[in-house]
Design a protein around this ligand. Structure first.
Ligand code: KG4
Ligand code: ZN
Length: 341
């Protein structure tokens, strides 16, 4: 493989964002277009898969054309087409995969399959180069995992949630407070103005595993709300949010620091939609400085925490360098595991 910087077109459609991006050399964004469907899903309080698929169909061509136009790049100049293969909603994934296959067939360019979570991790490549071994805390709407990477493109899940993902718990408790979907960012805002007065449990914080559990916290939150409302009391949403966030962040940060120390990593990465959380970012920065001064903490910019295609192109660049390509028989894999990458 030549050393010249590759131009990769990334395509992402695993959930409720239709996205395309052009990335040079795996770490330089030439364009990053994201068409969000949040407004369409808001009135249902969550993502409706059928509606998501329809929006992807409407948006995908427009978004890809815009990504190329904004980058000032013609399809003929693209070296490879990276697309999210999974995990995600099957109908949503299929739109991106079909578009990528059609483009690959028409242009003769190689097709590169990308794992969505690998994409979230590689969003950090826009910040700095990776030094292995590293540990990534992946926190999104569908995943909460500690991923150990001993080298490029090698992903070992050393801990994960046993029930709800962190983002899912955020969205569910936000709903009980009557906040609009997606509730994570709303809880984060409220939390900044409240105090941890309810002291919700910190599930599994002291056990030996690196696993997480958030459904007990979610139940504690909902019970607290119901109990108070039965007594005609309305708890302060700011304190409820701050108390919920303190529990989530304490557990995530404590276990991540412990794992990073035990695995002797050089870098610690934050990844996924919940990486945008202010409380999590602040506490992680503080504790890494204090406890692991030799470990480099990397946090992606807010614009690259949520789903986007630049991160898919970044992960795709590595796949391409390793010679991992897909044929036109490629399919969407809604339950794709890391060991299938
Ligand atoms: O990675 P992402 O965009 O989609 C998935 O792959 O799941 O993550 C979306 C999740 C949602 O649950 C959303 O509420 C959460 O990320 N989120 C946040 C914040 N911003 C987004 N959660 C907590 N605090 C935030 N600031
Ligand atoms: Zn995601």
């Amino acid at each position: 493989m030549s050393k010249e910087k590759k131009l990769i077109l990334g395509i992402e459609s695993s959930c409720d964002e239709t996205a395309a991006a052009v990335v040079r050399g795996g770490n330089e964004i030439l364009s990053n277009i994201v068409a969000s469907q949040i407004e369409s899903h808001k009135r249902f309080g969550g993502v409706v898969p059928e509606i998501a698929s329809r929006h992807h169909v409407e948006q995908i061509t427009i978004v890809i054309e815009e990504a190329l136009a904004q980058a000032g790049v013609k399809m003929a100049e693209i070296d490879g087409i990276a697309v999210t293969e999974g995990p995600g909603l099957v109908g949503a994934l299929l739109i991106g995969v079909s578009a990528a296959k059609a483009l690959a067939f028409a242009s003769g360019k190689p097709l590169i399959p990308v794992h969505h979570i690998a994409g979230h991790i590689y969003a950090n490549r826009f910040e700095t180069a990776f030094h292995f071994p590293l540990l990534a805390l992946v926190v999104s709407g569908g995943h909460t995992e500690l991923v150990y990477m001993k080298e490029e493109n090698s992903f070992e899940i050393i801990g994960e949630t046993r029930d709800d993902a962190a983002g899912e718990a955020y969205d569910k408790v936000a709903r009980t407070l009557g906040l609009p979907y997606p509730g994570g960012v709303q809880i984060d805002k409220l939390a900044a103005e409240g105090e941890d007065t309810f002291h919700f449990p910190r599930a599994m914080i002291d056990d030996d595993s690196y696993d997480f559990s958030f459904s007990g916290l979610k139940s504690a939150f909902i019970n607290q709300l119901h109990n108070m409302r039965q007594k005609n009391l309305e708890p302060s949403p700011k304190d409820m949010a701050a108390s919920f966030q303190a529990s989530v962040v304490d557990v995530l940060v404590t276990k991540t620091i412990r794992a990073a120390r035990e695995y002797g990593v050089k870098q610690l990465l934050l990844a996924g939609g919940v990486a945008a959380n202010r409380g999590l970012r602040e506490q992680l920065i503080e504790e890494v400085n204090l406890e692991l001064p030799d470990v480099e903490l990397i946090i992606p910019p807010l614009s690259l925490c949520g789903d986007n295609a630049a991160m898919i192109a970044a992960a795709g660049t590595v796949q391409m360098e390793m010679g991992h390509f897909a044929g036109l028989a490629m399919n969407a894999e809604p339950g794709l595991e890391f060991d299938e990458v």
